[in-house]
Design a protein around this ligand. Structure first.
Ligand code: Y12
Ligand code: CO
Length: 179
């Protein structure tokens, strides 16, 4: 089921999500819904809090060189923890919860992550480049952080002002229904 994505400045995006304790059908339904929702919105990564579920679960499905996403490449990370990180890289990030904002952010170039899969098996993963960026971006969501918080103060203020203006314009164009 496709679920609504909550968008900035919704306060729930700033919550710390709780550990997943049960690797049951409810978790599997959540992960399946996250995948359906992410694909429907042309995303490559999504954290559970973005569909208003404050659980430490995230998914990532990076496209291949031709821009196609394959479900076999889907990563599901439950209760992830960064064990090691090295280097730095700049990447222009976007987020389904902050539509139309794309900004360059600095992240570690390489990370090693421990996590659980949907069945509760412990796993580790080493990632670099775009996958490392995606993991760090989504893990920030689990702690209630957004990529715009990493921008310099004045840049963030300018972006927030433009974003609010766009939101106002958008809602002004939405017809009010008389119920
Ligand atoms: C690198 C950088 C960031 C991430 C986190 C995952 N981010 C996304 O999946 C963002 C997706 C996104 C998709 C949008 O929709 C379309 O392009 C059709 C979009 O569009 C608008 O805002 C209008 C914005 C973001 C992983 C790796
Ligand atoms: Co995001």
């Amino acid at each position: 089921m496709i679920r609504p994505i909550i968008t900035y400045p919704d306060r729930r995006l700033f919550l710390r999500s709780s550990e997943v304790e049960r690797f049951d059908d409810e978790l599997h339904r959540l992960l399946d819904d996250m995948y359906e929702t992410m694909m429907a919105k042309n995303g490559i990564g999504l954290a559970a809090i973005q569909i208003a579920v404050p659980k430490r679960a995230l998914i990532i499905n990076l496209p291949d060189e031709e821009g196609h996403q394959h479900k076999e490449d889907l990563l599901e990370l439950i209760n992830p923890v960064i064990l090691q990180q090295e280097g730095s890289q700049l990447y222009t990030e976007g987020c389904l919860s902050i539509p139309e904002v794309y900004e360059e952010v600095e992240r570690a170039q390489w990370v090693k992550v421990a996590y659980f899969d949907r069945h509760g098996n412990e796993r580790t993963l080493e990632a670099e480049g775009l996958l490392a960026v995606a993991i760090q971006h989504e893990m920030d969501h689990l702690d209630g952080h957004l990529f715009i918080e990493k921008l310099p103060y004045l840049k963030r203020k300018r972006i927030e002002k433009e974003y609010r203006k766009r939101q106002k314009r958008g809602s002004a164009q939405t017809p009010v229904r008389n119920l």
